[in-house]
Design a protein around this ligand. Structure first.
Ligand SMILES: *Cc1c(COP(=O)(O)O)cnc(C)c1O
Length: 228
């Protein structure tokens, strides 16, 4: 990879895709079973359009309001884009989130599950859902506790009629992520959930070793973000 190629979105995307492929093959998995969610939070339309031009179709945003400001127009122009909500959701934003996002990865409490069930039914949109698990049991972090995850998934399915297709986690910054990825995979197997959203720029290869089906990569694709 040349330096200039690494300096633009297309070059970085190529590098990340090939690293995903290598990690998958090394783990005895098929590269196409790992999907890249390019995290475009804080970015304007230009780098996003560069990524789309380079063939990227899955994107992640962490704020409903920010996504509403930039994605409706892009989604009109590029109909096959798939938008993932990867940040916390307030129940008063459930309607907006259901209208815009294709996948909501951060279902983590009953109030949200109830609001999503209502808005999905009202809109008729087929929004796919992941439950966020707070694998590090960090008080400041969103997500259901590991010991409660299986019961919560069951409740979402039985009581609210939600199709939960995956689990998502954000490991503690200062800990070895492998433990958290293994824990998420174990909970998913117990809960009968097929997909795992785990791994970011620094650790997506490790996450793939532990079964990630979706890796969420921001800086690795777009370069360093401006401080928020
Ligand atoms: C920002 C963010 C990412 C991407 O982080 P990078 O380190 O830039 O790859 C992934 N997941 C979530 C939930 C995020 O908020």
């Amino acid at each position: 990879m040349t330096e200039t190629a690494q300096d633009d979105v297309e070059g970085r995307l190529t590098a990340v895709r090939s690293a995903i492929g290598e990690a998958a093959r090394a783990a005895g998995r098929r590269p196409e079973d790992v999907q890249l969610v390019a995290v475009s939070k804080t970015l304007g339309a230009k780098p996003i359009e560069e990524a789309i031009a380079a063939g990227q179709r899955l994107f992640g945003e962490n704020r409903v309001q920010e996504a509403q400001a930039k994605w409706p127009e892009l989604k009109d122009r590029f109909g096959d884009v798939e938008l993932h909500l990867i940040g916390p959701l307030q129940s008063n934003k459930a309607k907006d989130a259901v209208a815009l996002f294709d996948v909501i990865e951060t279902v983590d409490r009953e109030k949200i599950a109830r609001a999503l069930a209502r808005e999905i039914e009202a809109s008729g949109r087929n929004v796919r859902l992941f439950v966020q698990v707070n694998t590090g049991e960090e008080p400041q972090k969103a997500g259901v506790l590991p010991g409660e995850a299986q019961a919560f998934v069951t409740r979402c399915r039985r009581e609210f009629g939600l199709k939960i297709e995956g689990l998502m986690c954000i490991p503690p910054l200062d800990e070895e992520p492998a433990f958290h990825f293994a824990l998420l995979a174990k909970i998913a197997a117990e809960a009968g959930v097929a997909r795992l959203s785990m791994g970011m720029s620094a650790d997506f290869e490790t996450a793939i070793t532990f079964g990630a089906t979706h890796v969420r990569v921001g800086t690795g694709v777009f370069g360093p973000r401006e401080p928020a």
